[in-house]
Design a protein around this ligand. Structure first.
Ligand code: SF4
Length: 342
């Protein structure tokens, strides 16, 4: 491999989020609020062999971090087989998963054995009644069992991702930090984003980074920012007792300038930004017989032309509304976050 593959803004191609299914076993109000969804055709879903092959092509071009996403990735039968294939790729120095945790208790050990490096669990509330309202499923106990299974399986560096929504769960910031400390896990608070699927989003419901910090300082005292030079989306902070946590401020203080992330959907469409309305089809050429050099040319061409700064563009809008209305999502399910891997 020659030097890094850079986009038009000098950002390297490095970090791939690989969605393995568009299905989910929750129906969170900020992601899947509808009763009915249009699912990707089964025959279009990449097999594990196809996905691993494409990841290998990406690795040739500089991708060294892969995160498995969905939908809910553990709904994909036998995911451990894909983990083992990717884990054998020595060029991937980070192989992680983001899961809602429901199926994690029974799978954590096998995922670890298969070669997974790190786990992030989405956890928006610790209150069973609220969990039920927010996700339309009664599964908090399973999620908590799943979280407990992660350190037991030998993983370190567990993260808990919380989407903070005003009037829904913004009174749980401290409880979540305390819970994280007990696991142990680092909590990351994510500002509510106006992405595809969030059809009920409004700016009033966003609790910004500044407000979260102010509330936590009132509770814990002085909070120190942790200075780091990574392209990770979270800014990290330390409480006076040493507990650390993160804030992902995609809505009020986006970090597009350093963004090295792209997303491959379960059916092989490659998106260069969370907010991109069009993806580059890799499945079609691949199944049509394109070899590694042709695929590399397609990927390199796409990345070199990339100018996306979706969250910054959204911030610059005056009167901000949901990105896509329900009709648009039904016409093109690839605009949904649960298809694109959030
Ligand atoms: S909005 Fe797009 S460019 Fe900005 S950080 Fe997110 S994925 Fe990257």
């Amino acid at each position: 491999m020659s030097g890094p593959t850079l986009d038009r803004l000098g950002r390297p191609l490095r970090n791939l989020r690989l969605s393995v299914t568009d299905r989910c076993n929750l129906r969170c109000s900020y992601c899947m609020p509808e009763e009915e969804y249009v699912w990707l055709p089964r025959g279009d879903i990449l097999t594990f062999e196809e996905a691993a092959y494409l990841v290998d092509v990406f690795a040739d071009l500089g991708v060294d971090k892969v995160r498995l996403t969905g939908g809910e990735p553990l709904l994909r039968q036998g995911l451990e087989r894909l983990v083992a294939q990717l884990g054998a790729n020595a060029r991937l120095r980070d192989l992680a998963i983001t899961t809602n945790g429901i199926l994690l208790a029974e799978r954590a050990a096998a995922l670890r054995t298969a070669g997974l490096h790190r786990v992030t669990v989405s956890l928006d509330t610790l209150r069973p009644d609220r969990f039920r309202t927010l996700t339309r499923r009664d599964a908090l106990a399973q999620v908590l069992e799943g979280i407990a299974a992660v350190p037991r399986a030998g993983f370190t560096g567990l993260k808990l991702d919380t989407v903070v929504i005003r009037g829904v769960n913004d009174d749980e910031l401290a409880s979540l930090i305390e819970f994280g400390r007990s696991v142990p896990a680092e909590v990351r608070f994510i500002e509510y984003m106006d992405v595809g699927g969030a059809t009920r989003w409004s700016m009033d419901q966003v609790v910004g980074r500044a407000e979260m910090l102010e509330r936590l300082e009132r509770r814990y005292g002085r909070i120190e920012p942790i200075v780091e030079t990574t392209t990770a989306p979270a800014d990290r902070f330390r409480l006076p007792d040493g507990t650390t946590f993160g804030i992902i401020s995609s809505t009020t203080a986006p970090f597009c300038a350093d963004c090295d992330r792209s997303r491959l959907t379960a059916d092989g469409l490659w998106y260069l930004c969370l907010y991109a309305t069009r993806g580059i089809d890799l499945r079609g050429p691949f199944r049509g017989g394109a070899g590694p050099e042709e695929l590399k040319a397609l990927i390199t061409g796409g990345w070199r032309a990339r100018t996306d700064r979706g969250a910054e563009d959204r911030l610059a809008l005056g009167n901000r509304q949901p990105l896509v209305q329900i009709g648009g999502l039904k016409r093109d399910p690839h605009l949904e976050m649960h298809t694109r891997g959030g």
